[in-house]
Write a protein that binds this ligand. Structure first.
Ligand code: NAP
Length: 320
């Protein structure tokens, strides 16, 4: 009979945004001594935002990085061990699972919670990333409020761009939607809503080629090129929202767990993946809500699901 290989850990969490840190908090409080591997962008997308006004409990809002610092400290207070490293390889075919860290060290674990998030796509024109947080944003729900009475633009032609454009008309004086083709990708109902909104103006067949700040450090205009005629124009405005899609951070897991056609992890019955013992939480498995609070909620669910999974194992209770 083969002796069971004793894993290093009962549960490892990958990712340190609201989903990962909430999973860590709950797993730690369940005495699972979780190890959390932080990943490249420690703290996740909230580290890129300024004031977060939709996190319950802070009536005056809280700065994104401050919220993540608090979450991290809270998870550590109950015994989460945080590793400032990334995982470069996973083996989810054999048990216990093996995770290889950036320094080559391997960790084995009984259960794994994947909370690696999704990254908003950028235009990759240089000035868009440079002015991130200074008039350029990838999250209308987070930052729309800052553009009360100001002219802004949205780039993209999918449901996200249409939803954001509609939402932003609540604040902005005018929303220019710049799309690279002459037909929108978004659903008919969202298109109709956008076309009927008098505050939205469409600029078709066009690409944003530069974001200007005239050395003010805040957005003052965008440069737009018509892709058919080549003509370049400047649109004065104070904000640019990029809504050209998100990419879930799942490359590491390709071929090992079920992903949907766009790369998101497929979950069922809560946070379970198709591999027993592997759970997913937050934006890496959520293409719909993508909010910090929903990510945190699913992190809590993943920890509870992992705890129940561990309890169901025949060797539950043996020391690790
Ligand atoms: P998406 O459907 O992939 O649309 C991305 C849009 O950005 C497309 O119009 C695309 O142009 C454009 N784009 C991509 N790369 C670009 C670039 N480098 N420069 C300029 N434009 C670029 O992404 P999404 O809108 O985020 O939606 C993702 C999924 O979530 C979809 O299935 C959507 O239905 C769903 N969603 C649903 C809702 C809702 O139902 N309320 C809300 C948001 C999202 P092309 O059209 O030319 O490819």
């Amino acid at each position: 009979m083969n002796a069971r290989v004793t894993p290093d850990r009962q549960v490892v969490i990958v990712g340190s945004g609201p989903a990962g840190l909430t999973a860590a908090l709950y797993a730690a409080r369940a005495n699972l001594r979780p190890l959390l591997v932080e990943g490249l962008d420690a703290g996740g997308q909230l580290m890129l935002t300024t004031m977060v006004e939709n996190w319950p409990g802070f009536r005056d809002g809280i700065m994104g990085p401050d919220l993540m610092t608090e979450m991290r400290a809270q998870a550590q207070r109950f015994g989460t061990e945080i590793l400032e490293s990334t995982i470069t390889k996973v083996d989810l075919q054999n048990r216990p699972f093996t995770l290889t860290l950036a320094d080559g060290k391997a960790i084995t674990t009984e259960a794994l919670i994947i909370a690696t998030g999704a990254s908003a796509r950028w235009l990759e024109i240089g000035s868009d990333r440079k002015l991130s947080g200074h008039g350029v944003s990838t999250c209308a729900t987070c930052d729309g409020y800052f553009f009360k009475g100001k002219p802004i633009a949205v780039v993209g032609g999918g449901d996200s761009a249409l939803e954001e454009a509609n939402y932003l008309t609540k604040f902005a004086s005018k929303v220019t939607l710049v799309h690279r083709r002459d037909a929108l990708r978004g659903s008919k109902i969202m298109q109709d809503k956008a076309f009927a909104n008098p505050k939205i103006e469409f600029v078709w067949n066009s690409a944003v080629t530069d974001v200007r700040d005239v050395s003010k450090g805040e957005v003052t205009a965008i440069e737009v090129q018509n892709l058919l005629s080549g003509a370049v124009t400047e649109i004065p405005l104070e904000g640019l929202f990029i809504a050209i899609g998100h990419t879930p951070n799942t490359k590491l897991f390709e071929g090992q767990i079920d992903l949907d056609a766009t790369g998101y992890i497929v979950t069922h019955e809560g946070t379970r993946t198709n591999v027993p013992g592997v759970f997913a939480a937050g934006d890496v498995q959520d293409r719909v809500y993508r909010q910090a609070v929903t990510a945190a909620g699913s992190g809590c669910m993943a920890a509870i699901d992992a705890e129940r999974y561990l309890e169901s194992l025949p060797h539950h209770g043996e020391a690790i």
